[in-house]
Design a protein around this ligand. Structure first.
Ligand SMILES: [Zn+2]
Length: 282
């Protein structure tokens, strides 16, 4: 692992709450500063023993559609990816996140709301070098018409291709070298999305219970219902946001070039597992 600058935490405790995107349930969150090398530690604070899970522990659960979840079954915390992307964007290494609820609040469906909240708490540099994982060999996962590759590179960059059977999305391709500024400006504001023709089936499956026109782009052939796009290619930018958050499940940033084609949380999490096996187990 390579050291870059110093580790960071937040300056003071900060609280927020809101309705969650998929389950539609209300959740309260209390974030607090943490010591150097403590990492990002989530706790289900509404459960008696307050079970903790740190992303680096790889206790993520698969089997959740359209979101990433961590923690043991029954004590899981769902839809952590937008919040984790905000932590990545602010280069926060150490933080405690007490969640009173099963899923993080949706806020505006992007990472912007989380960035604002975390900035209010202040960002504090700590007397310990920051760690990162520099990708040394190509790692590739291919499944049907989806693929995800993580390749050696001097910086962290993501290039993403999506294709949807919906005229207002069609195919979108976007590539970006990511740092604090480019993430905040180009990626963090991109909101989650679904196709209008899927929306009813998702609701029937118990998903999207907290979705509304403000926090979710419900796309039909003419564009999103009830809102305007923040970028002409907001959907592919949101897929990059999800991938930044999913990769930060490692608990440290990676340095390398990521190329994704029609990837999603399931494939992203497989890659996280692969990187973890290669770079963390000794
Ligand atoms: Zn997302």
């Amino acid at each position: 692992m390579a050291a870059t600058h110093n580790q960071r935490t937040i300056g003071r405790e900060i609280r927020f709450s809101g309705r969650a995107l998929q389950t539609g349930k209300e959740a309260r969150v209390v974030c607090g500063p943490a010591s150097p090398d403590e990492g990002i530690v989530f706790r289900r604070a509404d459960i008696g023993s307050k079970p903790a899970v740190s992303p680096g522990d790889m206790l993520f659960s698969d089997g959740y559609r359209r979101r990433s979840a961590i923690g043991a079954p029954g004590a899981e915390i769902q839809t952590v990816e937008h919040f984790l992307a905000a932590l990545w964007g602010l280069e926060i290494d150490n933080i405690t996140v007490d969640v009173h609820g099963v899923e993080l609040p949706a806020l505006d469906g992007s990472a912007l709301g989380f960035l604002d909240i975390l900035k209010q708490a202040g960002i504090v540099e700590q007397p310990a070098p920051r760690r990162s994982v520099r990708i040394k060999r190509p790692l590739v996962i291919e499944e049907a018409d989806s693929s995800l590759a993580v390749l050696p590179g001097e910086k962290f960059s993501i290039s993403y291709f999506i294709e949807y059977d919906c005229a207002s999305i069609g195919t979108e391709e976007f590539g970006i070298e990511l740092d604090r500024d480019s993430f905040e400006r180009e990626i963090a504001p991109a909101r989650t999305f679904c196709l209008k023709k899927e929306a009813e089936a998702l609701l029937k499956a118990g998903l999207g219970g907290g979705a509304n026109c403000e926090n979710t782009l419900v796309m039909d052939d003419d564009g999103p219902a009830g809102t305007c796009l923040r970028f002409p290619n907001e959907p592919v930018r949101h897929k990059i946001l999800d991938l930044v958050g999913d990769l930060y499940l490692l608990g440290v940033p990676i340095i390398g070039k990521v190329v994704a084609k029609r990837s999603g949380h399931r494939l992203n999490l497989k890659m996280v597992k692969k990187i973890h096996e290669q770079y963390f187990s000794s």
